[in-house]
Design a protein around this ligand. Sequence first.
Ligand code: CAA
Length: 380
Amino acid sequence: MDFTLSEEQIMIQQAARDFAQNELLPGVIERDDAQKFPAEQVKKMAELGFLGMMVDLKYGGSGLDTISYALVMEELSKIDASASVIVSVNNSLVCWGLETYGSDAQKEKYLSRLSTGQCIGAFCLSEPEAGSDATSQKTTALDQGDHYVLNGTKNWITNGNSADIYLVIAQTHISKGHKGINAIIVEKGTPGFEVGPKENKLGIRGSDTHSLIFNDVKVPKENRIGEDGFGFKFAMKTLAGGRIGIAAQALGIAAGAYELAKKYSKERKAFGTEISNHQAIAFKLADMHTQIEAARHLVYKAAWDKDQGNDYDLSGAMAKLYASQVAMDTAVEAVQIHGGNGFVKDYHVERMMRDAKITQIYEGTSEIQKIVISRSILRD
Ligand code: CAA
């Protein structure tokens, strides 16, 4: 077993760490407060190649492996999980899905723009009545010969307003259930397609989350990804990889909160000594460090599985389930170690605690990960 990162991976990790310190940290509290989308920072991340990390060079991507992607997600998320979710959705749910299952024409038309950050993408599966129960899609894409007509509403869509290209999951053959679902590329500005109001969120407030409304939206047939009826499998396959990205995001939030708590514990004095000298605090740090290391192994293992061409549904689900729990627990304890200072915004950990929560919800709640894991381990 070789746990060593390659020179290239270390370089990419360092580039992401520097970027997060120099470009994401300034203003992160203000962006969270104002729910401000980090447009300037996204542009710079595009220049660094972070928006199409795993995309082939011929489509403007960085041609890197999933481990490198996880390393970048971890570093960005230590500082700003709002910025990292934009990276995650664009890489795993949009670029990867298009590159793996899109037609040559779709790749030519959309992939380079997405991987170079000329525009960003959104993945549109969730609906008011189809969150975890994703097969219950109510949005329809009715077949009208050479085009589809879309009607319905999507909810909680990351990059909802900032995106230009939307991968929309919709029901074409209602009687066929999930086998009648399609994934369709919809461009912003298509008549009848409207972006709803921005959600006022607990965490990752810098990312823009919106509902989307489709009212007789006409989309050419060539915008369907894969064969007729492939849409649900497309969503499941894409989400399986997305979960590795979110697991890495959760790992980063945990590691970021832990680093701040450790630093604070060596500076803050109480009862005549630094609080790290009190066993109550030292033991918290020991637990955090151990759990983060365990989460890191699960995340890297899932990324490695994907890079090796192994099945990664199980390892990705385990990584997300565990890392998101560690993110939540670590962030809560980081606030506790900071005491009163942890409860105010300047020390960052309260934001991390709010940001951590979504990692247990999006791209499949923890309960959904347990469904995926239990079905997988009970299959044979
Ligand atoms: N790969 C390929 N196919 C898969 C699959 C996978 N990983 N998982 C399921 N499928 C297929 C099944 O094989 C089945 O097809 P067949 O009938 O042809 O065999 C079909 O999908 C339906 O599967 P199930 O019968 O297992 O369906 P289910 O309703 O019992 O459960 C589920 C499926 C796993 C619970 C699924 O609905 C699920 O993952 N739900 C969570 C949805 C989710 O993650 N939403 C996140 C929203 S996106 C988001 O958050 C993005 C963002 O903006 C950050």
